[in-house]
Design a protein around this ligand. Structure first.
Ligand code: NAD
Length: 509
């Protein structure tokens, strides 16, 4: 059961420290709030108290509880005042030597049983702990911004961290109603590690000339069901922050190709186009509002309406095509082979339109590929090979739009757009499980809560089918030769055995 610690010291009263102070005080913990700047300590307390007061005004907390919570946050103007704390949470500047120095100063002040937890986003907990004479008492406690709303906290085990320290921190996190995710001290821990897929594959799709950032975002929202696409998210976070994290994690994993960015974000950073905060990033902003480029309207339906023939070969998802056939009504060519002037529609997994036409034996000049991964009821992606004749492409686009679908047209790509991005996200999550950085259930929940994805990546893989995700990655690897697409063994074995991606193996002990 959760065990509330009675006194917790919070060092660093900035964006994170004040949020941490607020949730602790609301849960009945006495908070000693310290900052190198006395003004910042007072401002941090003031902010946390204002937030508590707002909760009272909105009826989410009664007035006496609010008053008690505010009284629990006490500015500690000298570090010595933290001596009575059972746990210290540091949320100071993201600088290894500053954090080490702070810990070395805290060591003699604290009780031998006290814990020191760091809120670092990107530094190694083991490296920070090396600043202490008692590294076994040091762990990571990684909150997300804004702390009261982001209900997940990573509890990070450094090389020397005592197991009992992890258990006490789990208890603390549970005491204020957040979800603790226990992770090893690995670059990006779980959430920032798992977050590599969305950005890097979005960037790669754009670099390959498949489509533009706005279309990637549109498809991730309206086909894959994500709240935001990678470029909207990068603009919101700010490339000044995100690009540094991108580079750091790539380097900390010794240039692991799965995390490789492309040159585009560096150009944006050089131009000062950080995103929303500078008024320009991948999008432009006017008075804080994003200006989305207008979508290209579908071509008008020609007088002599085109006929669409649906591929009957094994490369196409036949269930998807049958559902689509029901919509196509008058436009459907239901012959055994396509008529002379019919458009050939294929629905492949992990193939580009060129491969799909050649494998299905249809004429590449009139073969259009549609992405079947998320079914026929979401936004559809149409893709064509370099041999495509424009008239056929436009006719397919017009007919599918007239049938009621929203349609985005992209250039040839093994796995369209959404297949690639989603398979990359699932693959990285599988590899976090394979490396035993955290348990599969924790990975799933951490990503859903920490990144706001519509489902945890392992659950999403189970819903879409591990074998299909594997087929997308194998297709990408075979077509591009790029090792970033090699499937995690966690995924491959479970897909081969027909097991859930959330399933663990029997333990060795
Ligand atoms: P911030 O700049 O808003 O606040 C940092 C505070 O620490 C400042 O008030 C500063 O005066 C104080 N400080 C600096 N050095 C100090 C020292 N030696 N002793 C005492 N106080 C000191 O920073 P933040 O965004 O709150 O980030 C703090 C930590 O949390 C960093 O390690 C950061 O990586 C991590 N983090 C930040 C976010 C985020 O979204 N901002 C999310 C998760 C984790």
């Amino acid at each position: 059961m959760a065990r509330a610690e009675s006194v917790v010291g919070v060092v660093g009263a900035g964006t994170m420290g004040r949020g941490i102070a607020q949730v602790l005080a609301e849960a009945g913990v006495q908070v000693l709030l310290h900052d190198a700047s006395e003004a910042a300590a007072h401002a941090g307390r003031g902010f946390a108290c204002d937030m508590i007061e707002r909760a009272v005004q909105k009826g989410r907390m009664d007035a006496s509880a609010g008053k008690a919570a505010k009284a629990r946050i006490v500015p500690a103007l000298s570090l010595d005042r933290l001596g009575q704390a059972e746990i210290i949470i540091e949320a100071i500047v993201e600088d290894l030597s500053a954090k080490r120095e702070l810990i070395a100063r805290l060591d003699p002040i604290l009780d031998p049983a006290a814990i020191i937890a760091s809120n670092t986003s990107s530094l190694s907990i083991t490296a920070i702990a090396a600043g202490s004479a008692h590294p076994e008492r040091v762990a990571g406690l990684h909150f997300f911004n804004p702390v009261p709303l982001m209900k997940v906290v990573e509890v990070i085990r450094g090389v020397e961290t005592a197991e009992q320290v992890i258990e006490r921190l789990i208890g603390l996190v549970e005491s204020f109603g957040h979800f603790p995710v226990v992770t090893d001290d690995s670059p990006g821990f779980v959430v920032n590690h798992a977050g590599r897929g969305l950005y890097t594959e979005g960037l790669r799709v754009v670099q390959e000339g498949v489509t533009d950032p706005a279309t990637v975002d549109l498809l991730m929202r309206e086909a894959a069901g994500f709240r935001m696409g990678p470029f909207e998210l990068l603009d919101l976070t700010g490339l000044d922050v995100s690009y540094t994290v991108m580079r750091k994690i790539y380097d900390q994993f010794w240039q692991e190709p799965r995390f490789r960015p492309t040159p585009l974000p560096e150009r944006q950073v050089q131009a000062g186009h950080f995103g929303r905060k500078t008024g320009r990033g991948f999008y432009r902003y006017r008075d804080g509002a994003m200006e989305r480029p207008a979508e290209i309207a579908p071509p008008a339906l020609a007088g002599s309406a085109a006929r669409i023939w649906l591929d009957r070969s094994t490369i196409s998802d036949q269930a998807f095509l049958s559902a689509l056939a029901a919509r196509l009504a008058d436009w459907h060519d239901d012959g055994m082979a396509p008529a002379e002037e019919s458009i050939c529609l294929v629905a492949p997994i992990g193939l580009d339109a060129t491969q799909a036409a050649l494998s299905a034996g249809t004429d590449p000049a009139r073969t259009v590929a549609v992405d079947p991964l998320f079914g026929p009821d979401r936004r559809l992606t149409l893709m064509t090979s370099p041999a495509m004749q424009r008239a056929f492409r436009d006719a397919a686009w017009a007919v599918l739009s007239a049938s009621g679908a929203k349609v985005s047209v992209v250039r040839d790509s093994p796995g369209f757009v959404v297949q690639r991005v989603v398979a990359t996200i699932i693959n990285i999550a599988c590899d976090i499980a394979q490396q035993l950085i955290a348990s599969p259930g924790d990975i799933d929940k951490a990503v859903r809560l920490g990144l706001g994805y519509p489902a945890g990546p392992l659950s999403l893989g189970d819903t879409l089918g591990p074998a299909r995700i594997l087929a997308i990655l194998d297709g990408l690897l075979a077509r591009t030769g790029d090792p970033r697409y090699r499937a995690s063994l966690w995924l491959r074995r479970r897909a081969e055995l027909g097991l859930s991606l959330l399933s663990s193996e029997v333990s060795l002990s």
